[in-house]
Design a protein around this ligand. Sequence first.
Ligand code: CFM
Length: 535
Amino acid sequence: METKDKIQQMLDAYPAKTMKNRRKHIFIKDSLQGEQHIEADTRTVPGTMTNRGCCYAGCKGVVLGPLKDMVHVVHGPIGCSYYTWGTRRNKADADDDGKNFINYIFSTDMQESDIVFGGEPKLEKACMEAYEIFKPNAMTISSTCPVGLIGDDVHAVARRVQEKTGMTTFAVSCEGYKGVSQSAGHHIANNKLMTEVIGKGEKEVEGKFKVNILGEYNIGGDGWEIGRILDKIGYTVISVMTGDGSYETLKNANQADLNLIQCHRSINYIAEMIETKYGAPWMKVNFIGVESTVQSLRDMAKYFGDEELAEKTEEVIKEELKEIKDVIAEYREQCKGKTAFLFVGGSRAHHYQNLLAEIGIETVAAGYEFGHRDDYEGRKVIPTIKTNADNKNIESITVEKDEKNYKVYLSPEKYEELKKEIPLGEYKGMISDMKDGSIVIDDLNHYETEAIVEMLKPDLFCSGIKDKYIAHKMGIFAKQLHSYDYSGPYAGFKGAVIFAKDVSAGLNTPTWGYITPPWKISPVLEGELGGEGTC
Ligand code: CFM
């Protein structure tokens, strides 16, 4: 049976309405068909087991949480805090001020009485207590679902805390139910960082070739490896958004000459707003994979157009490649010919394809949990994306040119000229890099995970904790691309070696041949419905 028919068979198991919905989220890449569209960033069909998270997860968990010198107070029931406590491996080390609170979780532990009588007094007390104990550089308050339902005015509380303490304090209305996934939370957090933090710094940052790294969260230390390389070349990294980031550095982000975007999905809004308000352009980079890293470094050198910088870039590339070339070749020998199926949030299913290819692994299927159409098809589709009730629910802000701090970095002519060579203000999306015949799938659910693994029999399944063990039970090596399991960094040159080593070890262990999945031993679960004492 052809893949196309197998996919149809998979969809046929659904009720008609669900099938109609899901078929728009999946296709087989075929260049002969011209542009292929995918439906994305729409509601998950109720009842299907999605891997998506909520708006609060995207706002507090992904974008705000890694800012280490701030205290992030969660206003809500304890579960919202407990289950987001330390589950994302965004590492951080304190700067000179010694303030690093990311190992903590701060919650108001909302109870029934707070729901009935209002939780504002408790929230204010919690913020003041956290301030007294930790003296953070700034504070955020994140709203969870009940806050929106009962109407606690978190913004008023934030204003009162700021008045009393003199510390920057702002609240975010990122109730979990907003939007259709954590993607809504990214947008809300981006807006707040832009209005409340970026541009508030008063000191001028010294240094040549000033950049910010956007959408880099230092998972497993990725940001540190990228920072090491940029530092060696001679860049000044003003701020990283937001892995190992801080309020203190983020305040000055408006002073950068160029914004580098690693994860487009979670942070493109800030890049656009900085460009409008302060003038600095943004460029898409990818520091996952050796070739992608080399390409990104060369693109950066081209942007700055400085001869010495270009020379140093080549020197560093040469030096780094020399160190890793043979090791990568060795792992390639061990992994070549294998296939992979990637399903990650909103950027990694794309970013890892080059790195896998470098060790001889072909990506046969890939998808995002919550990416938008532009993350699949490229930014060119943005004007054609329809707004719906769910995305209208998310505040969209417009910023204006800051006459005092606006700088012209490139003349419009130079910008257009450079745009032909480097991805300035451009992201081409995942589909263009995929081979014909590969499957692209959006918001994969657990039934489809099993069906596609069964269908393609990939050697490697890269996803997260929610579906890792399904693959393992099916005898297939699964690598978590969210948390990197317990490993990392995977970015840059040194990271590529660690990734190759981990993948090679996972693929080549004889373990997979010894596994008999439970459904092969007792394929049918037997039980009785109803009976005495059941309700
Ligand atoms: Fe960006 Fe991320 Fe990702 Fe993301 Fe995430 Fe993540 Fe991710 Mo998990 S910001 S979209 S919301 S690269 S937590 S560091 S790994 S789903 S692919």
